[in-house]
Design a protein around this ligand. Structure first.
Ligand code: R5P
Length: 299
């Protein structure tokens, strides 16, 4: 097995490489003067199984295209199997036609990956588990909960209620509740715009209890902030959060800072920004051991 890293998250790639004990293989990555992506595989891969690590994140168009081009280069250099390790699978939220005239971009991306030559995908917390069915190749779907749960347990929450901050996160929150043997509640909210949500309405009881808000991702932070506020108003004691993917787009960390969340555990499926690193509320947990475990099984 040879490991290659795209440019989106070199720190995580290095961590995976160190834990697997397999060095990262040389790959030239750059940009032509006109902005097109330039890739060259600088080692022999003929007949070998290779693995490319790339989160489709931060600059999703660039990182997706770069991933596709790396895969093409590896296939043309006669690699046998190509495993795409995609810790954060960008574009996965556009997974159904919820209104006329919209694309199913997640399916398009799945097609592109398979067409480029991927033979197996390893990824974490797809927005909806059903997305695995978009691929006709094996998909190892991992759960960020596996690494986050330990940190949550260390906090020793008292009479904890796990709250799903919206209907979409019910499944993930239920999984936390089951693992923590905690009660469960759910928020009902409406998305008003990309960065705004309506006031959250709590269905369940959090009075005098510690709360864990569990979701797959935090993007603008509007969902978590409004859920945390509603829990506080309903008399919750301490309020924590756990999310797998920290997109933290502009204003998110500020929104989190100004809401009643005491701490938010988040994995490093996406690279941390300076603002993320400097936020005392955000507690980063590495996803590398989970990916390494999956890769050991795949090798
Ligand atoms: C939605 O279905 C997801 O599970 C998250 O709740 C959502 O993407 C979070 O977005 P934001 O942080 O922008 O509210």
């Amino acid at each position: 097995m040879q490991l290659f890293s795209g440019s989106s998250h070199p720190l995580l790639s290095q961590e995976i490489s160190n834990q697997l004990g397999i060095p990262l293989s040389p790959l030239e990555l750059g940009v032509f003067p006109d902005g097109e992506i330039k890739v060259r595989v600088l080692c022999e891969v003929r007949g070998k199984d290779v693995c490319v690590i790339q989160s489709v994140a931060r600059d999703p168009h660039f990182t997706l295209m770069e991933l596709l081009i790396i895969i093409d280069a590896l296939k043309r250099a006669a690699a046998r199997q190509v495993i795409a390790v995609i810790p954060y699978f960008g574009y996965c939220r556009q997974d159904r036609m919820d209104k006329p005239g919209v694309p199913i971009t997640a399916k398009l991306v799945a097609n592109l990956l398979v067409q480029a030559g991927v033979t197996r995908v390893v990824t974490v917390d797809l927005h909806a588990g059903q997305l695995q069915g978009f691929f006709d190749i094996p998909v190892q779907h991992l759960y960020g909960k596996e690494v986050l749960l330990k940190k949550v347990q260390e906090q020793q929450l008292s009479s904890c209620v796990v709250v799903a901050p919206d209907i979409g996160s019910v499944k993930i929150a239920q999984a936390y509740a089951k693992a923590l043997k905690a009660d469960f509640a759910v928020m009902s909210k409406e998305r008003l715009s990309a960065a705004e949500v309506s006031e959250a309405i709590l269905i369940g009881d959090v009075t005098g209890k510690d709360v864990l808000l569990a979701d797959d991702m935090c993007s603008t932070g509007a969902t978590l902030a409004s859920a945390a506020k509603a829990c506080r108003e309903k008399g919750a004691k301490r309020i924590f959060g756990a999310v797998t993917h920290g997109l933290f787009v502009d204003g998110a960390i500020e929104r989190i800072k100004n809401c009643p969340l005491e701490a938010l555990w988040v994995t490093n499926t996406l690279p941390a920004t300076d603002q993320w690193m400097n936020s005392p509320q955000l507690k980063t947990v590495s996803i590398a051991p989970l990916l390494v475990h999956a890769l050991r099984e795949a090798i």
